[in-house]
Write a protein that binds this ligand. Structure first.
Ligand SMILES: [Zn+2]
Length: 214
């Protein structure tokens, strides 16, 4: 069913997503992989700022939703697919944050205009092709776009980020939004100079040790 610490982490990520203004209205959702191989996810229509442990929905390891719970986010399949395909995913944040969504509506990826693009795992943050929200097709397109990345944009929709837990996934989603904003503004007056493939290779090699104390 998910432990109290898993619930607490997920609620903290939902509150953090709201306070960072990444989830206007009732948009945006987040999940945590539970130790039994299932997941907890926010309920459909839930305003992230008001999330509480009692309102989270548990989905069992075989993808079943036990009765007596709220309905899960309509986008739960997308989270489920990512946990199936990416064994290092422990938490996911999906949101319609402003600048990521602006670029997604233009079906643009975020190229290597800033070295921090490497935070998503490569030399760009891709944009998954469009499919209607909540569909199996969208789940598969998004999971595929994340083949060698931890974050991507979703065409005409928003962004999604995963990490080892929901708090780290939220931190990544915040970085993606900041990069999207910087890229958007740098496009306004002629466009940025992009880093070369070699320059990004060097960043990615160095990035493997980023944030480690030893
Ligand atoms: Zn969405």
């Amino acid at each position: 069913m998910g432990s109290s610490s898993e619930s607490a982490q997920l609620v903290a990520a939902l509150h953090g997503m709201s306070s960072a203004q990444l989830s206007p209205g009732a948009s945006g959702n987040a999940s945590v992989k539970t130790s039994d191989g299932g997941m907890l996810i926010s309920a459909t229509g839930q305003v992230a700022a008001n999330a509480s442990p009692a309102e989270l929905v548990y989905i069992s390891p075989d993808g079943q939703i036990a009765g007596g719970q709220l309905k899960p986010s309509s986008e739960w399949h997308m989270h489920w697919q990512i946990y199936q395909d990416h064994q290092n995913a422990g938490g996911i944040v999906h949101c319609h944050s402003r600048f990521a969504t602006v670029l997604a509506c233009q079906r643009r990826e975020i190229p290597a205009f800033h070295y921090m693009v490497a935070i998503a795992g490569g030399n760009s943050i891709p944009c998954a092709p469009y499919a209607i929200y909540g569909s199996k097709e969208l789940s598969e397109l998004v999971s595929l776009a994340l083949s060698d990345r931890k974050a991507c944009l979703l065409a005409n929709h928003g962004q999604i980020a995963y990490s080892s837990d929901p708090i780290r996934a939220l931190a990544l989603a915040k970085e993606v939004e900041e990069l999207a904003a910087n890229y958007y503004f740098s496009l306004q007056n002629g466009g940025p100079s992009l880093l070369s493939e070699q320059e990004m290779c060097d960043v990615l090699a160095q990035y493997a040790n980023y944030g480690r104390q030893t």
